[in-house]
Design a binder for this molecule. Structure first.
Ligand code: SIN
Ligand code: FE2
Length: 206
């Protein structure tokens, strides 16, 4: 059952069964084989992220000295991103998100990785929600309001959990405080994989 965490935020614990998690991980392993992980860097400081990233779908999110942006090709291989697996498109549809998802960012969190509090705001539209799927080790996810100063709270996201934030919560600040290493056996090399599905360009006219 979905838990309403705030207006526009819903958390779906155990949305994916163990079997569905394994099938989705196999899809993502094929994505990673075609589009290897790269290490993004902060535009101003050049500091590397503690997570590695790759993408699938028509557009992918990248971060380097030229800024944060979406682009159609891998920053290192130059190849177009692999297609979005049907399983992810079905999940997006099932959660009621409009039109087709255009980007799936794959974040890999090894032991000790985290992600600072930020908004997802590099998209041209905020009319579709962000749909975020957790696989592997449990994460301590922090979420706040639409201003950096709003109070925050943390929730644990386990393998198979899905978070949707849209509507008035589309621009909430969120991040990952830490990973509970060894809490899942799904990912053979350990750690956590997060899949973030987004719409990037304006929705087609109804
Ligand atoms: C992100 O905000 O890009 C990732 C969130 C997560 O790993 O759950
Ligand atoms: Fe984010």
């Amino acid at each position: 059952m979905a838990l309403a965490a705030a207006d526009g935020v819903s958390i779906h614990p155990n949305y994916l069964t163990g079997e569905a998690q394994a099938a989705l991980l196999a899809d993502i392993e094929a994505v990673i084989a075609a589009a290897p992980f790269f290490r993004p860097t902060m535009p101003r400081t050049g500091a590397p992220f503690s997570v590695e990233m790759t993408n699938c779908g028509p557009l992918g999110w990248v971060a380097d000295k030229n800024g944060y942006r979406y682009q159609a090709h891998h920053p290192e291989t130059g190849a177009p991103w692999p297609a979005m697996p049907e399983r992810l498109r079905a999940l997006w549809r099932d959660l009621g998100a409009p039109a087709e998802p255009e980007a799936c960012l794959v974040n890999r969190y090894p032991e000790g990785a985290k992600m600072g509090l930020h908004q997802d705001r590099d998209e041209e539209t905020f009319d579709a929600p962000v749909v975020s799927v957790s696989l592997g080790d449990t994460a301590v996810f922090r979420m706040g309001g639409t201003t950096r100063r709003a109070p925050t709270r943390s929730v644990r996201l386990a393998s198979g959990d899905v978070v949707v934030f849209g509507g008035p919560s589309r621009l909430i600040y969120h991040g990952i405080d830490r990973i509970l290493t060894g809490s899942s056996r799904l990912v053979p090399e350990g750690g956590r994989i997060n899949l973030t599905l987004r719409r990037v360009t304006p929705l087609p006219a109804a």
